[in-house]
Every structure is written in structure tokens, then in C-alpha cells.
Design a binder for this molecule. Structure first.
Ligand SMILES: Cc1cc2nc3c(=O)[nH]c(=O)nc-3n(C[C@H](O)[C@H](O)[C@H](O)COP(=O)(O)OP(=O)(O)OC[C@H]3O[C@@H](n4cnc5c(N)ncnc54)[C@H](O)[C@@H]3O)c2cc1C
Length: 380
């Protein structure tokens, strides 16, 4: 017969993706006693399956300050976490196959420059000169030199391990089944592992459960407008060095990076909304191989070794929910990064820790409040 075990913490974090692990790390650095609950293992979902792009350009304007601050953190992560997460600041090129797309990139570039993000607009000749490995299907591009890439298999885990070294209790293979509150205050999390139920008492709970965030804490009755969406990545065998920069084309529907060890990752297919199904469509390899070859001719005849699906966490306006939930003291949501939260993970974790410990985060989170959906009449 299983018995209920009891634990206590100052903060419980639900979800061991990059956001939850970074939150645990920055809270522990501030001396907070944290329990992190993860239903499988750390970095097993989108945080460990993504394209590895650490990108500031081509974002919603509201997110830009966060992305820029996060890149500053990425630059120091190896030293900070005492682990090489294969961060490489080799730039990001967003290409256009037509003049209309080029005009969109130019407009966006002007706004980015206004906001202090250095980007360059390249015409066809400049693109040929700077990225000769790309095909001549492109009429131009926007380039951000301070963007980069990192290894998704390593970064969330590096945060998790560093958090553990600082005393965070990592409960893996443990599912949070409910969040309980009394008189409008969070009191505890009910979790379940193989041995039975665990009651984790804490005055503050952070829901960092990615696309599963709406399912967490049913007793609270809070609706989070976050929908799952599947997308697919494929990886080649090791290839000779072709390129360092993250490259993408909306027109072709693909993006790519070459990992430090030489494998080329190609992503961008298999988008399926409102599903947690992570199977890869039968034609995914063909689609990705075709797109990759159109983008980078040296990848013609490419041999993919494997492909995998990952689950995005889409909000209606494609920016996250980040902050306290009004009406329930101690309940914080950090989810809904809408397919671009790998870059934002470190800053999201840091801002949560500042909000909890210092009361105010060092960057304003007003644009990411949950209430914005109700204010705009969007139902969860
Ligand atoms: C294929 C793909 C490519 C992408 N490419 C990029 C990219 O190039 N650049 C970029 O910035 N972003 C990219 N993203 C998006 C990015 O990966 C996510 O936005 C980010 O990882 C979200 O992190 P998270 O910690 O919020 O969520 P997740 O990584 O989804 O973590 C949530 C965690 O919560 C756990 N969990 C859920 N429910 C419970 C529960 N009840 N109890 C306990 N634990 C629970 C899950 O197991 C999971 O580990 C991509 C995503 C995918 C899938």
C-alpha cells in the first residue's frame, strides 16, 4: 500500500525544461530552497529537442529586450554553469526568396535597429559574398551577428545539474497532479511518482510545464490559453564543416544549423496543431531533405540518420505568459514560449527568481501578464 510522503520547500517548480531548470538555478543562487518536479527527465521535451537557435532577430517586439538580455546570459553560461553547452555566437541569417519577403525583413530590421539590436540587410550580392554555401534562390537576407546556437541536449541539463549542486531537490519521473490553495494562497503541490503520492508544501509554485501548463493545477481553476503544436527536426551523419551560422527561410519552410561535431540539423516540418502526438510524418524526411538542398546545395543527396518530433507551446499572440497570476497569491506561470523559448530560457528563469526574491524583475513583464488575454477577449 502506498503512503503519502511529505516535503517542504520555499518554491516548487513544475517542469524541468530550460525555463524550469534556469528558474531553479537562479532561485538557488539567491539562497531559496527549491523542489523541482519533472514528469520524465530534465530537458526531455522541447528544451532538449529544439533547433538550437539562440536568436534575437525576427521576434515579436515585446520579446526583444528579453532575448537581448538572455543572449548576454548565454555568453557567460559556460563559466556560470561550469559546463560547455556548445554555445556559438556565429550569427543568424534569415533569407528571402522574393522582394515582398525582403521588404518585410527590411521593415523588421529598421525596428530592430531602433530597439538597439544590430542587424544588417544584405542584398543578393552581399549574401553570396558572406554565405557562399547558400543557394542562389535567395534575393537577400537579414543578418544578426550576435545571434547564435547551442546544444539543446546540454543546456537545460547543465542548468539542472548546476541547480542540484546548489541544493535544489530534483524530483524526476514525478508528475505534479495538482496545485492546492487555501484562502487565495498557494499551499502545496500534490505529485505522484512510482512509490505513490508526495505532498510538497510551499507558499510559491511556478508552473513551467510548457505545453502541459494548462493541465497543471486543475483545482485552481485557472485557464491558460496554451495549445500544443508538433514540429519535426532531422539530423545527418557528421559532415565536413559547411557553415557556422544558423540559417532559415520562411519561404522554404526550413531552418538549419551545423553542430560542433559536424551533424547538420534541419527542422521546420510536420506542424500539427492541438496534439501531443510526437510521431514524425512519413514524408518528413523527404520534405526536410528537399528544403535543405534548396537552401544549401551541398546538402543535395543528404543522408538523414534520424528524425524526431517535439511539442511547441503556442499562445494566441505567440509570446509567453510570464508572471504572477492575480487572485492566487504565490502562483507564478512561466510557459507558452510559442516555439522560441530556448533562447529565452535563461532570462525567463532569472526574471522569475528576481520577481520572487526581490519583488520586482529587472525587466518589465507587463506585456506577458496572463490578464492580457481576458482584456482582449481571448478565451483560454
Ligand atoms: C522542434 C523544435 C524546434 C525548436 N527550435 C527552437 C529554436 O531554434 N530556438 C528557440 O529559441 N526555441 C526553439 N523551440 C522552442 C523551445 O524549445 C521551447 O520554447 C522551450 O524549450 C520551452 O521551454 P520550457 O521549459 O517552457 O518547456 P519544455 O521544454 O516543454 O519543458 C516543460 C517540462 O515540463 C514537464 N512537465 C509537464 N507536465 C508536467 C507535470 N504535470 N509534472 C511534472 N513535469 C511536467 C515536461 O516533461 C517538460 O520537461 C523549438 C521547439 C521545438 C519542439
Amino acid at each position: 500500500m502506498s503512503t503519502q510522503r511529505k516535503m517542504g520547500a520555499e518554491v516548487v517548480i513544475i517542469g524541468g525544461g530550460i525555463v524550469g531548470c534556469a528558474g531553479a538555478y537562479y532561485l538557488a543562487r539567491r539562497g531559496v530552497k527549491v523542489v523541482l518536479v519533472e514528469k520524465s527527465v530534465v530537458g526531455n521535451e522541447a528544451s532538449g529537442r529544439n533547433g538550437g537557435g539562440v536568436r534575437q532577430q525576427c521576434r515579436d517586439r515585446r520579446e526583444r529586450p528579453l532575448a537581448m538580455a538572455s543572449v548576454k546570459l548565454w555568453q557567460g553560461l559556460q563559466a556560470e554553469l561550469d559546463f560547455d553547452v556548445e554555445y556559438l555566437q556565429a550569427g543568424n541569417i534569415r533569407m528571402a526568396t522574393n522582394e515582398k519577403r525582403m521588404q518585410d525583413l527590411e521593415r523588421e530590421g529598421a525596428e530592430e535597429l531602433q530597439d538597439g539590436l544590430a542587424v544588417e540587410i544584405w542584398d543578393r550580392d552581399e549574401l553570396r559574398r558572406r554565405a557562399p554555401y547558400l543557394s542562389d534562390v535567395f534575393v537577400g537576407a537579414k543578418y544578426c551577428a550576435t545571434d547564435g546556437t547551442a546544444n539543446p541536449l546540454l543546456a537545460p541539463r547543465a542548468f539542472g545539474w548546476a541547480a542540484k549542486r546548489l541544493g535544489v531537490t530534483l524530483l524526476t519521473h514525478t508528475r505534479a497532479v495538482d496545485i492546492c490553495a487555501q484562502n487565495g494562497h498557494v499551499t502545496h503541490v500534490v505529485a505522484q511518482d512510482n512509490a505513490g503520492e508526495i505532498m510538497i508544501e510551499a507558499p510559491i509554485v511556478v508552473n513551467a510545464a510548457g505545453p502541459w501548463a494548462p493541465q497543471v493545477g486543475p483545482s485552481l481553476g485557472i485557464k491558460l490559453p496554451i495549445e500544443p503544436e508538433r514540429t519535426v527536426v532531422a539530423v545527418t551523419q557528421r559532415l565536413p564543416r559547411l557553415f557556422d551560422t544558423f540559417v532559415s527561410s520562411h519561404d522554404l519552410g526550413v531552418y538549419s544549423r551545423q553542430a560542433r561535431e559536424g551533424q547538420v540539423h534541419v527542422g521546420g516540418v510536420g506542424t500539427l496543431t492541438r496534439t501531443f502526438d510526437q510521431s514524425t510524418p512519413v514524408d518528413a524526411l523527404e520534405y526536410l531533405a528537399r528544403g535543405a538542398a534548396q537552401m544549401i546545395p551541398a546538402l543535395r543527396g543528404i543522408n538523414f540518420l534520424r528524425t524526431w518530433g517535439g511539442t511547441l507551446e503556442m499562445t494566441p499572440d505567440k509570446v509567453p505568459v510570464l508572471g504572477r497570476v492575480p487572485g492566487i497569491e504565490g502562483y507564478v506561470v512561466a510557459a507558452g514560449f510559442s516555439g522560441h523559448g530556448f533562447c529565452l530560457g535563461p532570462i525567463a528563469g532569472k526574471l522569475i527568481s528576481e520577481m520572487i526574491v526581490e519583488g520586482e524583475p529587472s525587466l518589465p513583464l507587463h506585456e506577458f501578464r496572463l490578464e492580457r488575454f481576458a482584456e482582449k477577449g481571448i478565451r483560454g
